[in-house]
Design a protein around this ligand. Structure first.
Ligand SMILES: NC(=O)c1ccc[n+]([C@@H]2O[C@H](COP(=O)([O-])OP(=O)(O)OC[C@H]3O[C@@H](n4cnc5c(N)ncnc54)[C@H](OP(=O)(O)O)[C@@H]3O)[C@@H](O)[C@H]2O)c1
Length: 455
């Protein structure tokens, strides 16, 4: 391809020709895309105004047995060749990972091809550079499936809420974590058993590390916060804690206080003035939400995003966050959008980060020590006189006051103290807990979880 041609985005203005796609990856999502394109062909063509045609497919191992829907004559092991393929208008990256996928997406954009991707890790790590390249080349880079699978939350933030100010965004954006915590609560399972069950059912990845340590949710929150607040957000700025620190006993105590523990991703503006927020509160961690709150009712592997607009008020979207069909639906809807833009000659009409690149800001992120909330605390202690008074004294010394408390005697001269605090500053609470952990009648490090009363 010549340099001249590379600079021109693919356009189909006034034509009724196929929108030609190249699939990079043909696993769970890629195969789902082929099936959806076959099953919904008529409706898609009627909505787009042109057919979608698959002209090339890249996989890692071409000799692998595949679903009969995969046309073997289109298959190649050279992923980068899709980015330079002369007949491909839209590169659809559904292979995952960062290095090769990033190189393919970058090359495709440089070639003036539009890109649709489901790769949240790539976007969270390299999204800024790739989106800037797409803007410079005036091509579309869409990524709806990267966040909350089938729920069209990015489109809602980008278009439906284009005139609103987002006051808060709280989501359950990792289905595996939600499934594990739901099973721990509903069936009394321990963490490891619930994780094993999630893997058996195909919810968790073979390596579930990023699911349970919060990393996957953090990638998604970084994308959501960018679209909601027009901020450049890197995942390393998000305070992240996994669900592996939640025990079945915390579930039961939370319930006694009228709460449910959920894997939350939170993005809130702090100190909002006419020039936008002074800082952002960005957190991924398990949290106690009131059992009557909307997010408490999101069970199993479902995802949900609860957005509060200054004008709109509260708005909840929930649905499947993963799986071949919901994810493929999301990817193909993006292809339809890109195809519509091609047919209208209107590439990059809607900025894919909701805000034009030049207006994106570096908004400081509030350190977790400055966070103010109510807290759940659990102490495993020796069952003897004066322990409670000593713990309450240390907390009080750091301005943390107890609102409610239960105590259980566990036999063998052991007791469990569980408390909800009044609102406190997290930095103060952390110092108090460090001091309490050093007391010789504390038998294990105190457990601490945040309450999210506005969820
Ligand atoms: N699965 C979901 O429910 C879901 C939901 C939302 C987003 N996503 C995202 O969608 C993407 C794909 O997920 P998936 O579940 O479909 O993964 P998958 O089943 O593991 O499929 C990955 C595909 O990419 C191919 N591939 C891997 N490395 C390659 C390379 N170097 N060159 C060419 N092809 C290569 C694989 O080839 P082989 O077939 O030869 O191994 C396979 O076809 C990921 O970014 C994921 O985060 C998935």
């Amino acid at each position: 391809m010549t340099d001249d041609a590379a600079e021109k985005p693919r356009t189909l203005v006034g034509e009724r020709v196929p929108v030609r796609i190249g699939l990079v990856g043909c696993g769970v999502v890629g195969t789902g895309i082929l099936q959806l394109l076959r099953d919904n062909r008529r409706a898609i063509e009627a909505r787009l105004g042109a057919p979608i045609e698959v002209v090339a497919i890249a996989v890692r191992d071409a000799s692998k047995a595949r679903d009969e829907i995969v046309p073997s004559e289109l298959v190649t092991e050279d992923a980068l060749s899709i980015a330079t393929h002369p007949d491909v208008d839209v590169v659809v990256e559904v292979m995952g990972g960062i290095e090769v996928a990033g190189a393919v997406v970058k090359k495709a954009l440089e070639e003036g091809k539009h890109v649709v991707t489901a790769n949240k890790a790539l976007l969270a790590e390299e999204g800024d550079a790739l989106l800037e390249l797409a803007e410079a080349r005036r091509v579309d880079l869409y990524f709806e499936a990267a966040v909350a699978g089938g729920i069209p939350i990015l489109r809602v933030l980008r278009e439906g809420l284009a005139s609103d100010r987002i006051v808060a965004l709280r989501g359950i954006v990792n289905g595996t974590s939600n499934y594990i915590l739901s099973r721990m609560r509903d069936a009394g399972l321990g963490f490891a058993t619930a994780l094993g069950e999630a893997q058996e059912k195909g919810y968790a990845e073979a390596d579930p590390t990023l699911d349970v340590n919060g990393g996957d949710a953090t990638h998604k929150l970084a994308i959501l916060a960018t679209l909601a607040y027009g901020a450049r957000v890197h995942p390393s700025q998000v305070h992240t804690e996994g669900i592996d620190r939640v025990s079945a006993v915390d579930m039961q105590f939370a319930e006694r206080f009228g709460y449910v523990i959920k894997p939350l991703a939170v993005a809130r503006p702090i100190g909002e003035g006419a020039d936008g927020p002074r800082a952002l509160d960005l957190r991924v961690h398990p949290a106690l939400v009131p059992e009557r709150s909307v997010l408490a009712s999101i069970h199993g592997a479902l995802n949900a995003v609860f957005v509060e607009g200054a004008m709109l008020g509260p708005c909840l979207m929930s649905g499947p966050g993963a799986g071949a069909e919901p994810t493929a639906m999301s990817v193909v809807s993006d292809i339809v959008d890109v195809g519509r833009n091609m047919l209208a000659g209107a590439h990059s009409r809607v900025p894919t980060r909701a805000f034009h690149g030049a207006s994106l800001e570096e908004i400081p992120v509030q350190p977790i020590e400055a966070h103010r909330a109510r807290y759940y605390l659990r102490f495993a202690v020796e069952d003897r006189a004066g322990v409670l008074a000593r713990i309450a004294g240390v907390l009080g010394g750091f301005d943390v006051s107890i609102e409610q408390m239960v105590q259980t005697e566990d036999g063998d001269r052991k007791a469990t103290l569980v408390m909800l605090t009044h609102e406190a500053k997290e930095g103060d609470l952390r110092m108090a807990l460090e001091e309490i952990a050093r007391l010789n009648y504390c038998q294990e490090p105190p457990a601490m979880l945040r309450l999210e009363d506005d969820a």
